[in-house]
Design a protein around this ligand. Structure first.
Ligand SMILES: Cc1ncc(COP(=O)(O)O)c(C=O)c1O
Length: 379
């Protein structure tokens, strides 16, 4: 077998006809930017999440930058976030002129540890960015209580968690403002770059709408603030509106696959992801943890199973952040996760036979490890 980490071609087959029809229509009409499809996408996401202001933009990184700009974050400010996430969670902080301050992750789900957030807060802290990593919602009860106590706004980086819910509260509702991404590999992935800012706060929603078009309000060429160009193209928005109705089923299928893996891998010496309930983890990635990660990854590859490491180097150890003064050992939780995590295929189009094959290969790796260990012990 040959199993890719994600199968975008298989997914596209299911929407191809409608997307191609939409492309033709948009090209005929020549309404190419911020038109009816951007509006429709914003309405779809607003309706699903229950968040009134859904503002499409060029990509998820811009969505984070726009969120921070709307909150007025800039030079001299600190923003607390996790060191174990995709780069732009922290680069967005630096790009608006503020200082990223990292707080370590918790062992259980690799999401930011609320206790560590509290310790990282200083008088300069002007925001907290939480990341619902791999699709699992953070401990938002504790995080919003801490933020509320200190009067600090919360930004949710929900690039990996669009459609996740805790009870009937969707990701994006917990904090002041949220950023998501439609990068092609995301749970709702586009046919190019794309992103969105979500907020319940009218003041922030209005600001973001202006900031994404050079700070212009109602009057063309009058710039109320210094914004930038972060508009979404109609063709990309249209493809997302075609895929959108399938998102709930795709997320459910990912969760079912995760449950299936957990059931069939629970007795082997590997750390499995936690499934707390039916909705709060949408398994953008299904991540196993083992000290033998590199050998495990090589073994899966030899057997035709492609995997991913998210993320091999935690952000506090990235060369570009050396000015922050962190070292190896600063965040042991993130450093351990970076050395032990491996994402195995969990995309919705994965077939039952492929899932069973993956389980078989994983079990055979750990069975051979058990044999090796007992031989070493005997020697
Ligand atoms: C957690 C997280 N934040 C931010 C981003 C940035 O999104 P984009 O690639 O659309 O800029 C991504 C995705 O790449 C992500 O996974």
């Amino acid at each position: 077998m040959n199993i890719p980490p994600i199968n975008l071609k298989a997914q596209f087959k299911g929407v191809k006809q409608d997307v191609m029809k939409g492309v033709r229509e948009i090209l005929d009409e020549q309404k190419l930017i911020l038109g009816q499809y951007c509006l429709k996408l914003e309405e779809q996401v607003a309706a699903m999440t229950g968040i009134p202001h859904a503002v499409s933009c060029a990509n998820g990184t811009d969505a984070l930058i726009l969120s921070l700009m709307a909150l007025g974050i800039g030079h001299g400010d600190e923003v607390v976030t996790t060191p174990y996430t995709f780069f732009s969670t922290a680069s967005s902080i630096a790009l608006v002129g503020a200082r990223p301050v990292f707080a370590d992750i918790q062992e259980s789900d690799m999401n930011i540890d609320p206790g560590a957030i509290e310790k990282a807060i200083t008088p300069k802290t002007k925001a907290i960015i939480v990341v619902h990593l791999f699709g699992k919602i953070c401990d938002m009860n504790r995080i919003t209580a801490i933020a509320g106590k200190h009067g600090i706004p919360v930004v949710e980086d929900m690039a990996q968690a669009l459609g996740a819910r805790r009870g009937n509260v969707s990701a994006g509702n917990f904090g002041d403002i949220a950023a998501t991404s439609f990068y092609p590999t995301k749970n709702l992935g586009g046919i190019g770059e794309g992103g969105m800012v979500l907020t319940k706060r009218d003041d922030l929603g209005e600001k973001v709408r202006k900031l994404r078009v050079h700070g212009m309000g109602g009057t063309p060429y009058i710039h109320e603030m210094i914004g930038f160009n972060s508009r979404l193209d109609e063709i990309k928005a249209m493809a997302l509106t075609v895929k959108f109705p399938k998102l709930a089923l795709w997320n459910k299928t990912r969760l079912e696959t995760a449950g299936y893996y957990n059931m069939h891998l629970r007795d082997i010496a590997v750390t499995l992801p936690i499934i707390e309930d039916e909705t709060s983890h949408i398994f953008h990635h299904y991540v196993l943890r083992t000290d033998k990660r590199d050998a495990f990854q090589a073994y899966l590859k030899d057997n035709g199973i492609m995997t991913g490491i998210y993320y091999p180097v935690p952000l506090h150890l990235q060369p570009c952040f050396s000015y922050l003064g962190y070292r190896e050992g600063s965040f042991p939780g993130a450093e351990k996760a970076a050395k032990t995590s491996l994402a195995i295929p969990v995309f919705p189009e994965l077939m039952k036979s492929e899932k069973n094959y993956i389980i078989k290969v994983i079990r055979s790796f750990f069975d051979s490890q058990v044999e090796e260990n007992s031989i070493t012990e005997e020697l």
